[in-house]
Design a protein around this ligand. Structure first.
Ligand code: TMP
Length: 240
């Protein structure tokens, strides 16, 4: 699966992307590197890459079964998957069901307050600027996405939300919010990309509100990998 011909195309904070012998397909290797606050906080967490690869593959497969396309092709190994090559749009599409994190800070709603309806927001994926929130007008001005593409991104954020909630509810997990990234393939079609994992979602235990996601790392709560393991266990075995 790993060939000496493979070239590293891109290294992000949590993943590396390599070429394959197929020009339209790349290999994603999930790392144990864990960062927060724009890379200021950093730790290697043994097992995190493996769990995020499994969880993300699982979600992409389930979305596919519900008719939601993504870049995902197949799981390659414990820490790697094959995905279609896309040009990532520098927008973070965040969908929220419950107030938490930066939304709670911005509008003063306590963490845990249910939103009247799912909310989709856009952030500029730009580390130098600290990923600021963007309004539609900014997105158009920056030439990041057309009006129809933005409508599609909103619709996909909501559709993925519905599907993930359906999968997580029976596992006793509350989907608080999550971040998606999209790319354009060679024909310019929008395609869901990146990952869907406890690094990019807020998962709370539905009964206790215990954090089962990267907030354990961001907020120094400990037991980060154990929480990711618990998400994987519940997805595959159900709640016990
Ligand atoms: P926020 O409340 O900090 O804006 O985060 C919203 C969601 O986006 C949350 O599920 C975590 C996820 N997220 C990322 O995936 N990457 C990031 O860099 C940040 C800040 C948040």
């Amino acid at each position: 699966m790993e060939s000496s011909e493979d070239t590293l195309l891109y290294e992000g904070k949590a993943k590396k992307i390599f070429t394959t012998d197929h020009p339209e397909v790349v290999r994603v290797a999930y790392k144990n590197d864990t960062t927060a606050f724009n890379g200021e906080k950093f730790e290697q967490l043994e097992g995190k890459g493996r769990l995020n690869n499994k969880i993300s593959s699982f979600f992409f497969e389930q979305l596919h079964q519900q008719g939601l396309r993504s870049h995902f092709v197949e799981t390659l190994s414990e820490t790697e998957q094959l995905v279609r090559r896309v040009e990532i749009i520098p927008l973070e599409v965040v969908t929220r069901n419950v107030a938490a994190g930066s939304l709670s800070k911005r509008i003063g709603w306590e963490e845990g307050k249910k939103l009247p309806a799912p909310l989709v927001e856009f952030y500029y994926k730009n580390d130098d600027l600290g990923d600021p929130m963007l309004a539609d007008a900014h997105i158009h001005m920056l030439g990041l996405a057309s009006e129809s593409e933005l409508a599609e991104l909103r619709q996909q954020g909501l559709a993925v939300n519905d599907c993930l909630k359906q999968l997580l509810e029976p596992c006793g997990i509350l989907l608080v919010d999550f971040k998606l990234e999209f790319g354009r393939d060679a024909e310019g079609n929008l395609l869901l990309a990146d990952e869907i994992s406890p690094d990019t979602c807020r998962f709370w235990d539905a009964a206790t509100q215990a954090r089962l996601d990267k907030d354990r790392f961001r907020r120094d709560l400990g037991g980060v990998v154990e929480a990711y393991e618990e998400v994987w266990r519940r997805l595959t075995e159900g709640v016990k």
